[in-house]
Design a protein. Structure first.
Length: 94
């Protein structure tokens, strides 16, 4: 394993890649593989990578990696929460 990694490093250095580009290639590759292995489950992938799920999502956006998006509140619940907030504001203003 170490030999293949050393060969990869030699390839990057020999190919004229800057450190930032090399890190991006490695991070993107690891994220894509972890997501594939976890069947696009971001929580499992982030645990496998040893990073927080929010960090994984940020890096997915940064590297333009498409995946399942985090679940959001159903629209009906979101509207109810908005109405409650508006009602509270109205009461405070009175």
């Amino acid at each position: 394993m170490k030999e293949s990694f050393d060969d990869f490093i030699d390839h990057l250095v020999g190919g004229g890649f800057f450190m930032e580009e090399a890190v991006e290639i490695l991070e993107k590759g690891m994220i894509v593989r972890a997501l594939t292995k976890s069947n696009q489950n971001q929580s499992e992938a982030s645990k496998a990578l040893g990073i927080h799920r929010n960090t994984l999502q940020r890096k997915m956006t940064q590297f333009q990696i498409d995946g399942k998006h985090p679940r959001r509140k159903p629209l009906s619940r979101a509207k109810t929460a908005t109405r409650k907030t508006q009602t509270r504001r109205t009461r405070k203003a009175s």
